[in-house]
Design a protein around this ligand. Structure first.
Ligand code: GAL
Length: 641
């Protein structure tokens, strides 16, 4: 596979006299891709129906003349003010019933039929104009669905759409009442028109109501995106991507991925660390490098999302980093400068996980508006910022590196967006965050030197893996259950795996109800941060503890008289949220049983294998010596396998 670099560029924000030189320099440092257009609606169509294509024609031609390939964004994340004047009720409404406003971006409601038509109109116009343009190498739909908390909307459009969606799902109000358990608190309906949205209820709404509202809202993103992909495919053969966001679970990325050839995500390691960092120590020690596992987790996730169209092995997905942090960003509570070397390390790490392309955001720092404090490859005065030389270095290194494919890992972790909704709707304990649980176990696997594939929740083929994990998956899908029954490797489940029915009720017989595993979760408890449940041999549970009745083999016992880890043949069940020590013990134990060679890696060091190479990444701020290698701080090292 050929791997390439690119950059995000906004020709409409710079004088035209600068474009030629910009394109020349992009080509000179070895960039291949330039993403443009995704916020340019007000310049493409300054007034309703009056299109101004000339400038965009010339911008694309200028880039093309220098051999650059264009990713053209559909501009629907930033409808101009006149669209809003035409459709005053197109704005999303927040949980408290307040309408969002104009003056930034993403000011639309996915359920609004009028805005869908406006989007279809502008996408058609852009696709007709550029669908066959030889310089367009790919499309991006919209920009970062869900960014700025824009998926769940409590608008009249959402209410109408939700009722229709429920009517088509349940066919009768009685069926809905049964599925949700509406006999509880006299919540029964006799017509779909009586059902409201789950916000602003006196106390919590029925969790089944919330779950359906979340499913509906996710479907609206899928529909909105599909309108665009269907239009683009009419006029163009270029592959279509969307730039997803890390740790965002408000819609099902796999479902959107089924309409896209390429998955991509926007990697801002320092911004993400500041906002999502798992502990004060990680936030301090990696302040200029980012969490050593956060990027890799999302690389593996989006490789799986990129394997949905056509559907194939999760290891083989097509994916990019569409936006790569180049220096300080502007949007986190604190915005430190990356260590020298990180703009190179981040790109190489993405390539080691199979990225086809990494595009830095952005070419030149804008001296105006919201992102004037956000670094680019160039400073506002056009001089190179530090990442400029690092990008050029990566381009040179790529040119020398032989093409190589992604290898299928031996370990797989199931990731399920609906489970993220389930545990947001009903955390039962404040710290129970599904993504954090998945990332916690993923980190443990990486610390053992293992490469990991992430699988969608309906994965139906586990062959080739030695170990599969599905912690916290609220409802195991039928295809996955069937694949697990045929699987000849080891499976690690729990906590909370398979503990809800598809209607979001507690199943009876009680969970986890896994054929071959003689265990019942008789009781669960959630724990405040200051309380832990130690286990025999070291380590403890925090956040969540399950009390099992079981005839399975108890591998680790808890200090509270209940098992911590049980095993029936090759099925293992972990009865709680493990701290680092317990996690590492459990993962080392099951990896060994699964026949996986592991290596405990030193702090800050991570690795990933491709078909031909092993890559080492030192996220530490000091050089690290390991197995005869010395890897500089913020450095990358690779060796042939
Ligand atoms: C992304 C977004 C870009 C830009 C960038 C700044 O979330 O897609 O348009 O705002 O963040 O870091």
């Amino acid at each position: 596979m050929k791997r390439t670099l690119g950059v995000c560029y906004y020709p409409e924000q710079w004088p035209e006299s600068q474009w030629e030189d910009d394109a020349r320099r992009m080509a000179e440092i070895g960039l291949t891709w330039v993403r443009i257009g995704e916020f340019a609606w007000s310049r493409i169509e300054p007034e309703p129906g009056r299109f101004d294509w000339d400038w965009l024609d010339r911008a694309i031609a200028t880039l093309g003349r220098h051999g650059l390939r264009v990713v053209l964004g559909t501009p629907t994340a930033t409808p101009p003010i006149w669209v809003l004047e035409k459709l005053p009720d197109m704005l999303a409404v927040d949980e408290f019933g307040r309408s969002r406003g104009f003056g930034s971006r993403r000011h639309y409601d996915f359920s609004h039929q009028g805005y869908r038509q406006e989007s279809a109109r502008i996408v058609t116009a852009v696709a007709q104009r550029y669908g066959r343009n030889p310089h367009i190498g790919a499309w991006q739909t919209d920009n970062e669905y869900a960014c700025h908390d824009t998926v769940l909307s409590y608008s009249p459009a959402a209410l109408k759409g939700f009722r229709d969606w429920l009517a088509s799902k349940y066919q009768s109000p009685q069926a809905l009442n049964r599925a949700w358990g509406n006999v509880f608190w006299s919540m029964e309906y006799s017509s779909f028109d009586q059902v409201g949205l789950p916000n602003l209820t006196v106390t919590e709404a029925n969790p089944a109501h919330w779950m359906d509202f979340r499913r509906y809202s996710s479907d609206m993103v899928v529909e909105f995106n599909r309108i665009q992909t269907e239009i683009l495919r009419k006029y163009s053969d270029a592959p279509i991507a969307h730039n997803y966001m890390g740790k965002i679970t408000e819609f099902d990325h796999f479902a959107v991925g089924a309409d896209l050839e390429i998955a991509s995500w926007d990697a801002y390691p320092l911004g993400h660390l500041a906002v999502f960092g798992t502990s004060d120590a990680v936030k301090r020690d990696y302040v200029r490098q980012g969490d050593p596992d956060f990027q890799a987790f999302h690389h593996d996730l989006y490789r799986a999302v990129g394997a949905m169209r056509p559907r194939r092995s999760a290891a083989q997905g097509r994916w990019w980093v569409m936006e790569q942090q180049p220096g300080p960003v502007n949007w986190a509570p604190y915005n430190p400068d990356p260590l020298p070397g990180m703009a190179r390390l981040w790109a190489w790490e993405a390539f080691a996980h199979g990225a086809e392309a990494v595009c830095y955001f952005r070419w030149r720092q804008a001296p105006f508006a919201q992102e004037q404090m956000h670094a680019g490859l160039l400073r506002p005065d056009d001089k190179p910022a530090p990442a400029y030389a690092e990008a050029a270095q990566v381009a040179c290194e790529l040119a020398e590196m032989p093409e190589q494919g992604t290898t299928r890992a031996k370990v797989a972790l199931v990731f399920d967006y609906a489970s993220a909704w389930a545990w947001k709707v009903q955390p039962q304990g404040k710290g129970f965050d599904y993504v954090a649980l998945a990332l916690h176990l993923y980190r443990g696997l990486r610390l053992l030197g293992l490469s990991v594939d992430i699988l969608p929740p309906d994965a139906d083929d586990l062959s080739g893996y030695r170990l599969v994990l599905a912690p916290g998956v609220a409802t195991l899908s039928d295809p996955l259950k069937a694949a697990m029954a045929r699987f000849d490797g080891h499976i690690l489940l729990g906590p909370r795996t398979n503990s809800k029915t598809p209607d979001f009720a507690t199943p009876v017989p009680l969970p986890p109800a896994i054929p071959g595993l003689d265990a019942v979760i008789a009781r669960v408890e959630s724990l405040p941060p200051e309380v832990t449940v130690p286990v025999d041999g070291g380590g403890s549970f925090s956040i969540w503890r399950e009390k099992l009745e079981t005839a399975a083999k108890v591998v680790i016992d808890g200090s509270d008289g209940f098992p911590a880890l049980v095993q029936s043949e090759a099925i293992h069940y972990l009865a709680g949220w493990p701290d680092d020590v317990l996690r590492d013990r459990v993962l080392a134990h099951v990896s060994q049983l699964a026949g996986l060679p592991t290596t405990a890696l030193p702090e800050g060091l991570r690795c990933r294998e491709t078909e031909t190479h092993r890559f080492w990444f030192n996220y530490g701020a000091q050089p690290v010596a390991f197995q005869g290698m010395t890897i500089p701080a913020a450095g990358v090292h690779w060796e042939k396998l």
